[in-house]
Design a protein around this ligand. Sequence first.
Ligand code: DGL
Length: 266
Amino acid sequence: MNTNPIGIFDSGLGGLTVARAIQKILPHESVIYFGDTARLPYGNKSPKIIKKYSLKIADFLISKGAKIIVIACNTASALALNEVQKHVRVPIVGVIDPGVEAAIHATQNKRIGVIGTVATIRSKEYENKIKATDPTMTVISQPCPLFVPLVEEGWLEGAISKAIANIYLEPFKTENVDTLVLGCTHYPLLKPLLKSQINHKIALIDSAEPVAKKIFELINTLELQSNSHSNGTLSCFITDVFSQFETIAERFLEGPIADVTTVDFF
Ligand code: DGL
C-alpha cells in the first residue's frame, strides 16, 4: 500500500490529457500535476534549458512525495528522460516509448509519420526508437510549431487551421504513411482536423492511453498501488496563472479544474 501520488509534468497544460487517462485507469490513485505555464513553450528551446527545467521539476515532484514520475511533455521526454532517470530514484516514464510501441503495432504498411515540436523532431527520438525496434520501418517526421498556439487559442477547426494543417501534412500524403504519431501534448485536440486534411483511414497515435496503461502495469508490478477505496485527487501546480488558464486547462482535462497552486519557480 502506497498512498503517495503519481507525479506528472509538462511544459504547460497539455499533459492534463495524460493525467485524465491515468485517473481513468487508476481511479484510486492521487495525481500531482506540474505545468510550467510561465515557460511554455519548451518546443523551441535548447536541449540544455529543457534538461535544466525538467530536473528542477522532477525535484519538485519528489519533494511532494511522488512515487513515480510521468513526463507527459513530448519535448521533455525526448530531451531529458535519461537525465531525469539518472537524477531521481523513483521510476520515470516518458511518452515516447509507449507512443512508439503503439505506432509499430498500428502500422500495416510500415510507413509511420511523426509530428511534434521543433525540439522533439530535431532530437530524432521517435525516429531512432521506431527504427531500433524494427529497422524495416520508414519514418517521415515533420515539426508543426504552429499547432501549439492554435490549440491554445482554441482554433481546432476553421479555414486558417485547415490551411496550416494541409501544409504540414503534405509530406505524409505523398509518402503514403498509414500511421501518424501525435508527438506533442496538444495535437490530440486536433484529431478531427488532422483526419479531415489527410486521410480518414490513417491511424492517429495519441500516447495518453498507452502511457496510462504503462503506469498501470508499473504500479502493479512494483506494488506501488494505493489500495485506497476512495477516489484519488488531482492537485495542480503551475508557474503562472495567465488569463486563459482555466479555459485551456478544462479543454485538455475535459472537465472542471480545481485545486490549483501557483509555484514561484524563479
Ligand atoms: N508539451 C509540449 C510537447 O508535448 C508542447 C508545448 C511546448 O512546446 O512546450 O512537446
